[in-house]
Ligand binder design. Structure first.
Ligand SMILES: Nc1ncnc2c1ncn2[C@@H]1O[C@H](COP(=O)(O)OP(=O)(O)OP(=O)(O)O)[C@@H](O)[C@H]1O
Ligand SMILES: [Mg+2]
Length: 350
C-alpha cells in the first residue's frame, strides 16, 4: 500500500485548471467614482516590474492587516471574522497531533512549525514539536547542532529500549519541547519498509506524549513517502502551508489524494485543519490572484490569516529561535499569533 503512495511521490497529479482573470461584473464595490474588485487591478494600478517587486520585499514592517485598506475584507479576499481570544487551560493533555505537510520544498513547513508552536505556547498551551525531516531544519532552526544530538527520532522509531523521554529536549521557549532529528532519519525510511505496522511506527512512538501535551506539531519532509505517511497516520489534523506563488498550486491535488488515501486506509480521524498562504505579498496582483485561486479550490479550509514575505524569518532561523521571541513585535510574529488563535478556534477549543 505504501508503494502506491511512493509511486507518486514527486510526480505531478491532475492539476488545477489554469488561472483565469475574472471579468468585471456590473455590481462591485465603489470608492468615489472608481469601481473595483479586491482582486482586480485598479485602472491607475500597474503591475510592478520584477525589480520593483523585489524592492517591495525590503519595505519595513507594517501592522498586521486584518482588513484590507478600503475594503471590509481580509487578505484572503473574504470578510475577516472576529477570532476569539483563546480560553486559558486548567490542565494539559489530550493532545491534538497536527502535521505540516506539503511535498513541495521551501513553502514554510518548518517556519510554521516553529512559530505556530511558539505562539501556541504564548496562549498557555504545552507544545511538542517533532522534527520528522532528515534535513533536521526544525532542530537547527531551534539552535541545535545536528552533529551533537545524541538521540533522535530515528532512535525512538527503531530502538525499542529508547523511550520518548530519552529523546525529548527542551527548546529556548519554556513550554515547548522538541523531538530532534538529523540525517539518521533517512535510514528509517528504508528500514521501516520491512516492518509490520510500518505506517503506525510514529503513532506508537508518540503515544506517551498524548497525555502530557496540548498540541503536537510534526514537521514533515518535502515528499509523500513512508515518513510522511507515518506522520499523517499519527495525526488528527493536517496544515498545508502553500507559498503564494502560482507554481505552488501544482501538486496540491496529489497531496489531497494522499491525505484521502491515508484517511481511507489508515486513519479515519484525519482532517485537513487548514491551508495556509505563506510568503504573501498583498501589494502584488500575483499574490492576490494565487490567494483567490486557493480560496476557490479549498473554500473555508483556507486560513484567514496569511503569512507575509519578510526576511525576518530567515534572520530568526540563523538566530536559532522563533520570530515571536527574535522579533516579538514584528508583523511576522503577530501573524503567527493570529494563526495560533485561528487554529485554536477551529480545531482545539471548538
Ligand atoms: N513568510 C516568509 N517570508 C520570507 N521567507 C520565509 C517565509 N517563510 C519561510 N521563509 C524562508 O523560506 C525558506 C524555506 O522555509 P521553510 O524551511 O520553512 O520551508 P519548508 O517547507 O520547511 O522547506 P523544506 O521543504 O525544505 O523542509 C527558509 O529560508 C525560511 O526562512
Ligand atoms: Mg522544512
Amino acid at each position: 500500500m505504501t508503494d502506491s503512495f511512493q509511486e507518486h511521490a514527486g510526480s505531478s497529479a491532475p492539476e488545477m485548471p489554469p488561472l483565469v482573470r475574472p471579468p468585471v461584473p456590473d455590481q462591485v464595490h465603489t470608492q468615489g467614482d472608481a469601481v473595483h474588485l479586491p482582486f482586480q487591478r485598479r485602472q491607475d494600478e500597474t503591475s510592478p516590474t520584477p525589480a520593483e517587486e523585489l524592492a517591495l520585499l525590503d519595505e519595513p514592517d507594517q501592522p498586521v492587516e486584518l482588513v484590507a485598506a478600503g475594503e471590509p475584507l481580509g487578505p484572503t479576499g473574504r470578510p475577516m471574522p472576529v477570532i476569539p481570544e483563546p480560553r486559558p487551560l486548567a490542565t494539559h493533555g489530550n493532545a491534538r497531533v497536527i502535521s505540516m505537510c506539503n511535498q513541495k520544498g521551501g513553502v514554510g513547513k518548518t517556519t510554521t512549525t516553529i512559530n505556530l508552536g511558539a505562539s501556541l505556547v504564548e496562549y498557555g498551551r504545552k507544545v511538542l514539536l517533532v522534527d520528522f525531516d532528515p534535513q533536521g531544519s526544525l532542530s537547527v532552526g531551534l539552535g541545535l547542532n545536528p552533529h551533537e544530538i545524541e538521540l533522535t527520532v530515528y532512535n525512538l522509531l527503531m530502538q525499542k529500549e529508547v523511550t520518548l523521554h530519552d529523546v525529548v529536549v527542551p527548546t529556548g521557549v519554556p513550554g515547548m519541547d522538541l523531538l530532534p532529528s538529523n540525517i539518521d532519519l533517512a535510514a528509517a525510511e528504508v528500514q521501516l519498509v520491512h516492518e509490520v505496522g510500518r505506517e503506525q511506527t510514529l503513532q506508537r512512538a508518540l503515544a506517551p506524549a498524548m497525555d502530557e501535551y496540548d498540541v503536537i506539531l510534526i514537521d514533515c519532509q518535502p515528499s509523500l513517502g513512508l515518513l510522511t505517511v507515518n506522520a499523517l497516520t499519527a495525526s488528527q489534523g493536517v496544515i498545508v502551508p502553500l507559498e503564494c506563488e502560482y507554481f505552488a498550486l501544482r501538486g496540491v491535488a496529489l497531496l489531497k489524494t494522499t491525505i484521502d488515501k491515508v484517511r481511507e486506509r489508515l486513519n479515519p480521524a484525519l482532517e485537513i485543519d487548514g491551508v495556509l498562504g505563506t510568503m504573501f505579498d498583498g501589494r502584488t496582483l500575483h499574490s492576490r490572484e494565487v490567494m483567490q485561486r486557493l480560496v476557490e479550490a479549498w473554500g473555508d479550509k483556507v486560513f484567514h490569516t496569511v503569512i507575509r514575505r519578510t526576511v525576518k524569518f530567515s534572520d530568526s532561523t540563523v538566530a536559532g529561535e522563533p520570530i515571536t521571541t527574535y522579533a516579538a513585535t514584528s508583523q511576522g510574529a503577530d501573524s503567527y499569533r493570529m494563526l495560533a488563535r485561528e487554529v485554536l478556534a477551529r480545531c482545539l477549543d471548538g
